[in-house]
Design a protein around this ligand. Structure first.
Ligand code: RUB
Length: 321
């Protein structure tokens, strides 16, 4: 797919979900690198940098997007010719797609072990990582489970979730987002995905997740997050906050009501932050961790230790003291 076409589809949410966005972006980088007809390595580098910028600018919250793009773009670091650079971009894009697909499968296997026969599970939004756990528990592990899936206002991603669950033959209840507390005492386990995990273990996910976590916390219901390691946000080590996307009012008010209420401002944040103390476990492809170990994932598995960060951002360690 062309670069601009992919960028547009991500913006319009035709391609959505943090993992899918990341894979689509690296595929677009690969296609772009293959199609670039330039001779000078510097020109190739500049063109690729601008492509990377277009892609990372499409949606601000999913950290998988800049992480994946950065992984691919690192291929430019050592390449001396256009050919070398192109080959390295292609190799890294293929590696990311392969590894991230495998990561979701692995999360499914690990997550399924946290689901018991007879469990009633609540999920929110449409997360392939969270669904991988549910599907593996039902399919491979053959556990008898039941799911509550929320509608997910205003974009109704819950419809995608119930379609998948229905196809798998899993008994599913479809509820409005605001019915979560009403049903929480019937739930054994909440499983959601993540757009970003901060160094303090806080998880950014679809708006409403934090409210569900609060209800689960009050009811002493386990709350699990399924997140590949490339959803962890290295820049939060130095206090950079994860930007919460706020989308247009038209998603809430129909066009005929646009401007009808001059004193009303429509607010439409599409993600929220669940604090670490509401989260029992984060399941990554490297294993399940308590949220307090988020730094370990960022430093060991993403290779982003403090020194790496300082090098990349030219930060003088002394200035940080
Ligand atoms: C999607 C969403 C998902 C995460 C994880 O929001 O919040 O829970 O992205 O998904 P949107 P996955 O629909 O606004 O993109 O596990 O598939 O990466």
């Amino acid at each position: 797919m062309l670069l601009t076409e992919t960028a547009d589809k991500i913006k319009r949410m035709e391609i959505r979900g943090a993992g899918r966005i990341a894979r689509a972006a690296v595929e677009a980088l690969k296609t772009h690198a293959v199609s670039l007809q330039v001779q000078e390595p510097e020109v190739f580098r500049r063109e690729m940098m601008s492509a990377a910028e277009i892609l990372t600018g499409t949606r601000p919250t999913a950290v998988s997007l800049p992480n994946a793009v950065q992984f691919v773009m690192q291929g430019l670091r050592t390449a001396k010719t256009v050919e070398e650079a192109r080959d390295e971009i292609v190799r890294r894009a293929d590696t990311f797609v392969h590894d991230s697909t495998h990561a979701v499968e692995r999360i499914g296997e690990i997550g399924a072990r946290h689901i018991s026969d007879g469990d009633v599970i609540l999920t929110h939004c449409n997360s392939e990582a969270a669904l991988a756990c549910i599907l593996a528990a039902h399919g491979k592990a053959g556990k008898e489970i039941e799911v509550y899936a929320t509608e997910v206002r205003p974009q109704n991603q819950g419809l995608l979730t119930i379609r998948t669950l229905n196809e798998a033959g899993i008994r599913t209840n479809y509820i409005v987002d605001s019915a979560v507390r009403y049903f929480i005492n019937e739930i054994d386990l909440v499983i959601v995905g993540a757009d970003a995990v901060a160094v303090n273990g806080a998880v950014v996910n679809k708006i409403g997740t934090a409210q569900i976590a609060l209800a689960a916390h009050e009811a002493r219901t386990n709350f699990i997050v399924a997140a590949e390691t490339y959803k962890f946000a290295p820049r939060t080590i130095f206090g950079e906050l994860i930007q919460i996307e706020e989308r247009e009012a038209g998603e809430l008010l129909p066009p005929e009501l646009a401007g009808a209420f001059p004193h009303v401002r429509v607010r439409n944040p599409v993600f929220d932050v669940t604090p670490a103390n509401f989260i029992d476990l984060i399941i990554t492809e490297r294993g399940a961790i308590p949220p307090s170990l988020a730094y370990l994932i960022i430093s060991e598995h993403l290779g982003w230790g403090i020194e790496e960060f300082q090098k990349a951002f030219h930060i003088d360690a002394k200035n940080q003291e």
